[in-house]
Ligand binder design. Sequence first.
Ligand SMILES: Nc1ncnc2c1ncn2[C@@H]1O[C@H](COP(=O)(O)OP(=O)(O)OP(=O)(O)O)[C@@H](O)[C@H]1O
Ligand SMILES: [Mg+2]
Length: 150
Amino acid sequence: MLTDSSRFLQSAPYLIFFPGAAIVISAVGFNLLGDGLREALDPRLKRLGAAMSLLSIRDLVVRFRTHDGTVFAVNGVSFDLDEGETLGLVGESGCGKSVTNLALMRLLPLPAGHIDGGKVIFNGEDLLTLDESDMRDLRGKEIAMIFRIP
Ligand SMILES: Nc1ncnc2c1ncn2[C@@H]1O[C@H](COP(=O)(O)OP(=O)(O)OP(=O)(O)O)[C@@H](O)[C@H]1O
Ligand SMILES: [Mg+2]
């Protein structure tokens, strides 16, 4: 077949394009199909997903800009919280416990309070990049806060 078709290479080289494109499309298609099947069926990937925490805070940085200067309230806090788990944050007064929790719910007093870095991943979504209406849907239903001083 290759010998037969090589005769056309000189007279009509553009004919290479169609079988070539068909091969590329088939190869990419089979790869995508393989990836999809693996994602659906590979038990190792399922375990990885299950191992992901419900809430994952990474390198959270919060600052307040005040008339007296910048308050470095939270400086690179990281922790994970799994479903059904209880986590207590312990530390001296002013160390940033409340501000950490206000920040992850995006309830910092504005305009002074600023999240200057980090990630807050809840159920696989980064809460720091979620738009405000999605965040409002989440508050009270998925994540809630009981204030010490209501
Ligand atoms: N609205 C604000 N403006 C400026 N600085 C603030 C503001 N809210 C908190 N801070 C500062 O952020 C830092 C962390 O405060 P945070 O309230 O998180 O402490 P905390 O660990 O919850 O303390 P406590 O145990 O007393 O509740 C403190 O230095 C505090 O003064
Ligand atoms: Mg507090």
